[in-house]
Write a protein that binds this ligand. Structure first.
Ligand code: AHR
Length: 332
């Protein structure tokens, strides 16, 4: 009996200690009227960034923009590279929540599957700012805002450019982005809309190259073996896959940019170099320099201010003819 009493006593002491620790932890933050936790004045902001990976030049530029902006504003950034795996991104968000970050920036790999973890962030009163890609959720209060390009518009610009360039006649290989990713879904839709008025613009094969140079090359090699005699154009959902495709076209003994036209999306420096070399015909911009807008949104959300649900980044089309003049101006 005596032993039972003393073990109860130990349990009560442990509980009291835990309660005190929790009180001390929650006392670090003040709750704003919106239900979002606001950091104490003078306290350094801590933000977690759950990045997809480093699959493309675009992605590397986006990471740099966010890291640079955090450093510029004196914000402590906890960075996680999910190496292309959605489950790693989810684990990273859970770890940011457990560490009690002030806000989370998420570049979601795919559109679906975010609801449970975003509910956990909401319950912990941590605002989530989405950058680059949108998600599909039934409750849009699960994220503060989305800052991204209009991927449908980008695909449409690429399709319209190719239709104009070819007089409305082409046999096209489409290199798709990662399955389930917003830019892969939307750029496909947009391109189809862009060529829809031209019955002789035909997509003869479409396959994912996962937004990567190596996979873009591999997929193009295989598709050229099957369709090499008829294909007249390649549309890639990003520049890196187009650069891989250019290698494959050369390896097949053809001239990229002449025998086979190549159009893609991102407008990274390497794409401009390929245009100057005459191997890429056109690239549609997708601006990855999202750091300043992302941290403006984080700061606004933490102040309890109102934010638009989506901010659309404006993009442009670049052709070979203007590439040499534009190359020195490219920031990514
Ligand atoms: O979500 C943006 C896309 O993802 C970029 O076009 C691509 O390069 C990246 O990997």
């Amino acid at each position: 009996m005596k032993h039972r009493n003393s073990s109860l006593g130990i349990r009560w002491t442990a509980l009291a200690l835990l309660a005190a620790m929790l009180a001390a932890f929650t006392g670090c933050k003040q709750e704003s009227s919106t239900g979002t936790d606001t950091p104490r004045p003078g306290k350094k902001l801590v933000v977690g960034f759950a990045q997809v990976g480093a699959e493309s030049d675009w992605r590397v530029a986006e990471t740099k923009s966010i890291k640079d902006e955090a450093a510029k504003r004196g914000i402590e950034l906890k960075f996680s590279d999910a190496q292309g795996k959605v489950e790693n991104q989810i684990t990273a968000i859970r770890s940011f929540i457990a560490q009690g970050v002030d806000a989370i920036i998420l570049a979601p790999k795919v559109e679906t599957g975010w609801e449970p973890v975003l509910k956990e962030a909401k319950a912990a009163k941590i605002p989530v700012v989405l950058v680059d890609r949108g998600i599909s959720v039934s409750d849009d209060s699960l994220f503060a805002t989305l800052i991204a390009s209009d991927f449908v518009a980008e695909g449409k610009m690429a399709g319209e450019w190719l239709a104009k360039k070819t007089g409305g006649k082409a046999k096209i290989i489409e290199l798709e982005g990662s399955p389930g990713a917003a830019p892969a879904i939307d750029r496909k839709k947009g391109f189809a809309a862009g060529i829809s008025a031209f019955p002789e613009m035909k997509i003869i094969a479409a396959q994912s190259g996962d937004f990567e140079t190596g996979k873009g090359k591999e997929v193009t090699e295989t598709l050229l073996q099957q369709f090499g005699k008829e294909v007249t154009a390649i549309y890639a959902h990003n520049d890196n896959m187009a650069l891989g495709a250019i290698e494959a076209i050369k390896a097949a003994g053809k001239k990229p940019g002449q025998d086979i036209l190549v159009v893609s999306i991102d407008a990274v420096k390497a794409a401009f170099q390929a245009m100057v070399a005459g191997e890429l015909n056109c690239t549609v911009e997708c601006n990855p320099l999202l750091g300043p807008a992302a941290f403006d949104a984080v700061e606004q959300a933490l102040k309890g201010g109102t934010l638009p649900k989506k901010t659309v980044v404006q993009d442009r089309v670049f052709e070979q003819s203007g590439a040499a003049a534009e190359l020195p101006n490219r920031k990514y």
